[in-house]
Design a protein around this ligand. Structure first.
Ligand SMILES: C[S@@+](CC[C@H](N)C(=O)[O-])C[C@H]1O[C@@H](n2cnc3c(N)ncnc32)[C@H](O)[C@@H]1O
Length: 215
């Protein structure tokens, strides 16, 4: 049975608040930093408990992290040291709605494992919003579930590559299927070799990675 997504995430944030991996930047964040301009403003979209937001702030960027889960945002604020607090702000906001920012506000939009919960139509809208809030030549970085994931195809199918898995709607991408969502961007990286610490521990590296620049 499908669960209310925000409820699901409120519980998940409570559950993994003390996990070891939640306290360090993601492998993807570290790997995409070289594509960022040397300074500027970063949106961490679906920031969870803010480990990537803090990482970017520690590198001198001005960062806004957004997430719809109040538990994620509360923990993100709690985990941010006084030293970083003037460079990083966390706001509760829903990616499926218009983003609460003016056009061309950001130099970078980073979205680590948070843009794969939506219908095809909503995914298109989200990518349009990412493009809208980015400056020209601004950088978009995405890490997404892969059609090569062993759970792909489990659960009730809603659309092509979109299923209800353990009560949560999940979309799976291939490098090819992502192309139709990223037409507003010049591609710098598009492949199926992304990984997280959890993947690395079990020898998986098949997540879809995208780095592009707004046209
Ligand atoms: C797999 S977690 C990734 C969190 C964080 N980026 C990280 O890598 O630890 C997915 C995140 O997306 C958030 N999320 C899911 N749907 C969302 C929505 N509609 N709007 C905003 N955030 C959402 C969840 O609350 C959760 O924090």
């Amino acid at each position: 049975m499908e669960r209310e997504p925000r409820q699901y995430w409120e519980g998940a944030h409570e559950k993994y608040s003390d996990a070891e991996w939640i306290h360090k930047p993601t492998m993807f964040a570290e790997s995409v930093l070289e594509y960022f301009p040397s300074e500027g403003k970063v949106l961490d979209a679906g920031c969870g408990q803010g480990q990537d937001s803090r990482f970017f702030a520690s590198k001198g960027y001005e960062v806004i992290g957004i997430d719809f889960a109040s538990e994620g945002i509360a923990r993100a604020i709690e985990k941010t040291s006084a030293e970083l607090k003037d460079r990083v702000t966390f706001i509760q906001a829903d990616l499926a709605e218009s983003l609460p920012f003016p056009d061309a506000e950001f130099d970078v939009v980073h979205c680590h494992l948070a843009a794969h919960y939506f219908s095809s139509e909503t995914t298109q809208q989200i990518m349009k919003e990412f493009a809208r809030v980015l400056k020209r030549n601004g950088v978009l970085t995405l890490l997404l579930n892969s059609v090569h994931d062993s759970e792909y195809g489990n659960g009730e199918r809603i659309e092509d590559d979109y299923f209800v898995v353990n009560g949560i709607k999940k979309r799976y991408f291939s490098a090819d299927s992502l192309k139709r969502f990223t037409e507003d961007f010049e591609t710098e990286i598009l492949d199926e070799s992304g990984e997280t610490f959890k993947d690395r521990a079990v020898g998986n590296s098949n997540l879809v990675r995208f780095v592009g620049r707004k046209k």
